[in-house]
Write a protein that binds this ligand. Sequence first.
Ligand code: SF4
Length: 237
Amino acid sequence: MEKERSPKADVLEIFSSVQGEGPFVGIKQIFIKFAACNVTCKFCDLERNLPPKEFSIEKLLSVVKQICVNSGDHHSMSLTGGEPLLYKNFLKDFLPRIKKEHKDLKVYLETNSTLVHSLKEIIDFVDIIAMDFKLPTSTGTKDYWKEHKEFLSVARKKNCFVKVVITNETRESDIKKAVNVICGIDKDLLLVLQPVWPVRNIERAKTSLLFDYLFLAERRLNNVRIMPQMHKVLRVR
Ligand code: SF4
């Protein structure tokens, strides 16, 4: 009988640092940066020139263990990228092992919120979900409102929040649509307005625009914050 091939994942980097986005800013995490993504945001800062390395489950477990030996306890392990849910077959085997071997390490999923079927397959092993809503006027991509709505309806059973990136191109209509989706599920959910970090030809978002969108979102949501990417302010990974 042919032996079943164990799943592997393409990973760009694994490191210890602090979370720089959203309500968990400053907490110590182990970051696993998966290589592939199914979206192409124009402000993406993924280091696409780094060659990914292929990891087996055993190899990744051993790197995580070594990071814990070298850098001590961590609050959580951030699955980021790229889009981690593209590696759901790998995660289905990897996450139960992490939960068994590192009982106090929470699993924090950073996702572009487009792959709800994959989320359903691993959600039992995830503690915190940092969801991006991809605003087409920010990202320059097609819209994903249907996908985001379905995703949030599943993700809400965990500790989750929504983040949108604001650029000078972001239109009010997209903020209204994001607020509508969140309101339809739970108006107490946190919405983070994150000013884009200037990259290539994309400029810093105007402060006045951030406040306009804060006031707009606050009319219908109970928990809206403007939060920049603190890891970039601190110049850490
Ligand atoms: S979803 Fe994230 S990783 Fe993918 S292109 Fe957009 S910013 Fe980059």
